[in-house]
Ligand binder design. Structure first.
Ligand SMILES: Nc1ncnc2c1ncn2[C@@H]1O[C@H](COP(=O)(O)OP(=O)(O)OP(=O)(O)O)[C@@H](O)[C@H]1O
Ligand SMILES: [Mg+2]
Length: 243
């Protein structure tokens, strides 16, 4: 499966707030790309633009699947999910009053995923033993780390090709952050996913990313492969907001 994402000069905002000011980035099949930045710099807004939950005022978002180009700015969220894009949203957004299993099943509503629902559920429960153990527990009563795993597993239930993960580390202890990041890498390898991950935790993101973009005030101020990012002093200062 050849999959490429091209974001070209995307501008987006909320009324007078300019959240993205000409963002361009690319993603190739099998890559894990990190979108790095501190609070309020536009990471979630870009994720929402990719899912048509926010419409760019300018720019292009092209998803190419096996040579066919899809303009995501012209599609609905449902169409985008149907193409095989899944978002693990910021703050998990689970259904707290439904069980773990019910939350997982709701992740499988797209047509291709519905056909393989039993198989996908089995795979998910295998990949996340804690969810198998707790499949009848209410999602809202799971711990923060367990809820993050559930949110990721729910996205996997839609059998995506491109997985978008918005700040998986938020609210988790360092050990759980590390476990979550490791799990994302395992899933990526098992399911042959292409991953775009928004993260504030530079060191954890760098453990699994191939490439990274640093976003500051809605603009990509630096991008490079992991060794370039790690070695560049400017990156640290941008990232820490002292540039
Ligand atoms: N619904 C909204 N209405 C108005 N302004 C918004 C809305 N959502 C986001 N913004 C603003 O857009 C800018 C970018 O926000 P965004 O949520 O994309 O940042 P972020 O990088 O994801 O931050 P965080 O790390 O805190 O999640 C911020 O200034 C934010 O206040
Ligand atoms: Mg965010």
């Amino acid at each position: 499966m050849e999959i490429n994402l091209k974001v070209n000069n995307v501008h987006a905002g909320y009324g007078a707030v300019k959240a993205l000011q000409g963002v361009s980035l690319g993603l190739h099949a099998g890559q894990t790309v990190a979108l790095l930045g501190t609070n309020g710099n536009g990471k979630s807004t870009l994720m929402k633009c990719l899912m048509a939950m926010v419409r760019p005022s300018q720019g292009e978002i092209i998803l190419e699947i096996d040579g066919v180009q899809h303009d995501l700015t012209a599609l609905s969220t449902e169409d985008i999910v149907n193409l095989g894009v899944a978002l693990v949203p910021e703050g998990r957004r689970l259904f707290p009053k439904l069980t773990v299993e019910e939350n997982l099943l709701l992740g499988a509503f797209r047509k291709d995923a519905r056909e393989k629902i039993k198989e996908n559920l089995e795979h998910c429960l295998e990949a996340f033993p804690i969810l198998a153990e707790r499949k009848n527990q209410l999602a809202g009563s799971m711990s923060g780390g367990q809820q993050q795993m559930l949110a990721i597993a729910r996205a996997i239930m839609s059998a995506p090709k491109l997985l978008l993960v918005d700040e998986p580390s938020v609210g988790l202890s360092p050990l759980l952050v590390s476990q979550t990041i490791t799990k994302l890498k395992e899933l990526k390898d098992d399911y042959k996913l292409t991953v775009l991950m928004a993260e504030q935790n530079f060191n954890q993101a760098m453990r699994i990313a191939d490439y990274g973009h640093i976003i500051v005030h809605g603009e990509i101020v630096f991008h490079g492969d992991v060794s370039t990012l790690k070695e560049n002093e400017l990156v640290k200062s941008y990232y820490l907001g002292v540039a």
